[in-house]
Ligand binder design. Structure first.
Ligand code: ADP
Ligand code: MG
Length: 379
């Protein structure tokens, strides 16, 4: 990817890039709707991501180019307003620039910029966090500044929350920033605190993206959030992470049936993340797989954020050879299913799963095969 973006940069801007950076996309491995409840989550940084090439300019002009649109947009360094339409992708790097002073860092003035990607956008793999982190590293490099990983992660989140306007948690940027090949990223969302957990050899990730999306998804997220906060209040804790399974069961009569189910999913899911860390350390991928499938069942029966299509994929995958486990990944109410498989699971088996889905629903899910990859870095 480095040679490709270097050549593209030269072709577009007629000179060499000064710095090239790269940041990966991510998969939510396990830890579903735990982040805003103060819980823990495991994510995988994948071997696909966004590259940014950059060189400073003296004239205060910012020239943005992305392979995506194939068009150049020139903005003055003083023009920091939000972009719309075809240029709205520029809000990601602009949001990063806008975030820098909040972290005591200088903003870059003029520059030539190019972004490329081998990560599908809008597929739940967080290309948005990847472009934020790759841009953040690029801007720091051309201004001769350094920031630790945690600051870079927070800059990306700040950009997405405040400038782009998406209320994401810390998972997307945290995994892109702290990712390591052959590892998963563990995040304790309360700190936040970041760590890596080695992934046993031979683990492969397959994503089946249904492209389905519940029409009311934003409202459903808000409802789930409210139900979790209500349950925490009834339990006398500030966030559900502080509640034990025993406390929750003792308070069952005081909670509405729905609030109990949502809280049970969250409390159990946080426990599953802890168990996943333990069995990963023992190199036991079969047990990890069972936890993934248990997480999905909990989404289906307790949190109510699965769909018939996602259940079908998980069910089909669970009965397929060489699959350790499968679950919906991301917020749910549509989207994608992730399967953790051994090396022996291949294209032919993935196609069979997609065939079965297509025979039932008349559309084919996208299939993506991935491994883990390195976190955000200057190449
Ligand atoms: P996701 O993060 O799941 O991929 P989002 O809607 O949050 O989906 O972010 C996708 C958006 O990120 C794209 O529509 C685009 O604006 C921006 N983006 C990601 N990668 C690039 C890139 N290489 N060049 C330009 N824009 C990008
Ligand atoms: Mg995103």
């Amino acid at each position: 990817m480095k040679q490709k973006i270097a050549a593209l940069f030269k072709q577009i801007h007629g000179r060499d890039a000064a710095v090239i950076t790269r940041a990966p996309g991510r998969i939510e491995f396990i830890g579903n709707h735990t982040d805003y409840n103060g819980g823990t989550v495991l994510g995988a940084s994948i071997n696909r991501g966004v590259c940014v090439a950059i060189a400073p300019r003296e004239d205060g002009k910012r020239n943005f180019f992305s392979e995506f649109t194939g068009k150049m947009v020139t903005l003055d360094a003083s023009a920091n307003g939000k972009q719309s339409g075809e240029a709205s992708w520029i809000n990601y790097p602009l949001g990063v620039i806008e975030a820098l002073p909040a972290f005591g860092l200088k903003v870059p003035q003029g520059f030539d910029y190019v972004a490329t990607s081998d990560l599908p956008t809008g597929a739940g793999l967080s290309s948005s966090a990847a472009i934020e982190l790759a841009s953040g590293l690029a801007f720091l490099a051309i201004t001769g500044q350094q920031a630790d990983r945690e600051t870079l992660v927070k800059i990306g989140k700040h950009a997405e929350n405040n400038f782009v306007g998406v209320p994401c948690g810390i998972l997307d940027q945290g995994v892109s920033g702290f990712g390591k090949e052959n590892s998963l990223v563990f995040i304790d969302c309360r700190g936040p605190r970041f760590d890596t957990v080695p992934l046993p050899a031979g683990a492969h990730f397959w994503i089946f993206n249904t492209h389905t999306k519940h029409a009311l998804v934003d409202g459903l997220y808000a409802t789930r959030h409210r139900e979790c906060m209500e349950a925490a209040k009834t339990l006398g804790v500030s966030l559900l992470v502080e509640a034990t399974p025993e406390q929750l069961d003792a308070a069952k009569d005081k909670l509405s049936a729905d609030a109990y189910k949502r809280a049970k999913h969250v409390v159990d899911e946080i426990a599953r993340v802890g168990r996943a860390v333990d069995v990963l350390k023992q190199g036991d991928l079969s047990s990890v797989g069972h936890l993934l499938t248990a997480s999905h069942l909990s989404s289906q029966t307790l949190f109510g954020n699965s769909t018939e299509e996602l259940d079908f994929l998980v069910d089909t995958l669970s009965r397929t050879l060489n699959v350790f486990g499968a679950r919906l990944t991301g917020g749910g109410f549509g989207g994608a299913v992730m399967a953790l498989t051994s090396e022996a699971f291949g294209d032919a088996q993935a196609r069979e799963v997609a065939d079965a889905y297509e025979a039932k629903y008349g559309v084919r899910p996208d299939i993506l095969h991935m491994l883990t990859g390195e976190g955000a870095q200057v190449l």
